[in-house]
Write a protein that binds this ligand. Sequence first.
Ligand code: AMP
Length: 253
Amino acid sequence: MARVLVGVKRVIDYAVKVRVKPEKNGVVTQGVKHSMNPFDEIAVEEAVKMKEKKLATEVIAVSVGPTQSQEVIRTALAMGADRGVHVEVSAAEYDLLQPIHVSKILAKLALDEKADLVILGKQAIDDDANQTAQMTAAVLDWPQGTFCNKVEKTDAGLTIAREIDGGLETIKTKLPAVLSADLRLNTPRYATLPNIMKAKKKPLKKVTPKDLGVDTTPRIEVISVEDPPVRQAGAAVADVDALVAKLKAGGHI
Ligand code: AMP
């Protein structure tokens, strides 16, 4: 297997309490801590492990987004990716970018870079779309292994254990293929300081969707974004009779 392409998305850090903009057309991103989408750390780890086991020769980290997206590419490079591709879009364009656009971009890069494998996260924690891996596979007309729990290289291709409701499903596929990483696939390594320094010298190419021939005109329009409903405070009752009376009064029973 020659090249593995990994998608790394810059998202609002998982520990940040996300706030909806007063105009209710999105969430506040300015001045908010961002980091690599957690499932993408797992995708990078899997690709780097493949390289360490000499199953892959090169790992390429791709991020589509504004200038700051280069930060997550550098993190991937510090984790062990060999080079990066930043597909630059303006912040305004990024707000309207959808999984179909990212899929077309990743598919074009996979062909241009002669990748044998594309590994993405199962889901971006900001849009919760869970669409990009599936659509990338469709655009490329490659087989897909989604929600990967375990990936093993065989002579014929890959054997994959997938997380499904209540268990695991094992499939095999030929290469090239597209995978999406689930939570238990591996434990991603931390980027060490010496590796962060080394990563600054690794190559990072910049292109635009237009260079790749991908039209990023939005397909859908977000009508409104709402905060989750605020949970009402609970109340203590003296005994079961009081509880039943309260439930009856509230029309719950
Ligand atoms: P989604 O379909 O939006 O939930 O995203 C699933 C996966 O696709 C993410 O975990 C990333 O690996 C990849 N992906 C989505 N958006 C981007 C992006 N802007 N840049 C790079 N990879 C992305």
